[in-house]
Design a binder for this molecule. Structure first.
Ligand SMILES: Nc1ncnc2c1ncn2[C@@H]1O[C@H](COP(=O)(O)OP(=O)(O)OP(=O)(O)O)[C@@H](O)[C@H]1O
Ligand SMILES: [Mg+2]
Length: 245
């Protein structure tokens, strides 16, 4: 089992869009795939039409009142399961703080999910005890970055955080997201950072087909399989598989 956390300190950078589309591709490749939606906004759960069956499910998973394997719902796609989020996910930090081994809780929970080939964690933005758990638990931390100064700065902040907390910096990999080549700043930033092998070569441009996922409430491939956007996610997935799986 390999776990991939789609994470950035910053919000609205394409974490959920990437989680949903990459998980879809993993499942289509025949891998037993799980998406764990850790964000109380529940956007990944929304795209996959899944809802928690138990009240306060996220809280109960963390307190082990609910068996994590039973919290996974089948989706309408073969090989793809989802642990949906609910609003109780907003209390994750408090619950973790009260737990024993509060930084390793998520890692212990993931150990109970070894029957999956790949697990995607759709993370809320920010940096808190939940995120510290994610950094310990995930095999890879995949950071979408919009090529702007502030977004790159958030990557630097996380890198420092990893160093200060003895976390493995090698597990952080970045890819550019929402790239608009008409903007000089985007173009120059992408060129500058490609020299740094932390960034994948493939990136996701700013494309309205991706934005329409909300309207269709589906992964991109279900309504625009032959689009350029779909090809960009496929190329990125091929590179992620080569590097991380
Ligand atoms: N490549 C893209 N091109 C155009 N729009 C995009 C692209 N990627 C994501 N979007 C749109 O941008 C918005 C934010 O994307 P998304 O929800 O994936 O970001 P996020 O990082 O998960 O946000 P949050 O921090 O709120 O969880 C959504 O409306 C989404 O449809
Ligand atoms: Mg999101």
């Amino acid at each position: 089992m390999t776990s991939l956390a789609l994470y950035n300190l910053k919000g609205g950078v394409g974490k959920t869009a990437a989680t949903v589309n990459l998980a879809y591709l993993a499942a289509a490749d025949g891998m037993k795939t799980l998406v764990w939606d850790l964000d109380p906004q529940g956007a990944a759960s929304f795209y996959f039409h899944t809802e928690t069956a138990v009240k306060n499910a996220t809280r109960k998973i963390f307190t082990e009142e609910l068996d994590i394997q039973e919290a996974a719902h089948g989706s309408e796609f073969e090989n793809l399961w989802v642990i949906p989020a609910d609003l109780s996910a907003r209390h994750a930090d408090i619950i973790l703080d009260e737990a024993k081994q509060s930084k390793k809780r998520l890692r212990n929970l993931l150990a109970g999910l070894k029957s999956y080939d790949v697990i995607f964690l759709d993370c809320p933005p920010g940096i808190s005890l939940l995120h510290e758990n994610i950094f310990h638990a995930a095999d890879w931390v995949l950071m979408p970055n919009i090529p702007t100064t502030l977004s790159i700065r958030s990557y630097d902040t996380i890198l420092e955080y990893f160093k200060d907390n003895d976390l493995h910096t090698e597990k952080i990999k970045c890819f550019f997201s929402m790239v608009d080549h008409r903007k000089n700043l985007h173009h120059e930033t992408v060129q500058q950072f490609y020299k740094n092998n932390v960034f994948f070569k493939n990136y996701i441009p700013y494309l309205s087909d991706v934005e329409k996922m909300g309207v269709h409430q589906q992964p991109l491939f279900e309504y625009a399989n032959s689009s350029y956007a779909a090809q960009c996610y496929r190329d990125l997935w091929t590179e992620i598989k080569r590097t991380c799986l």
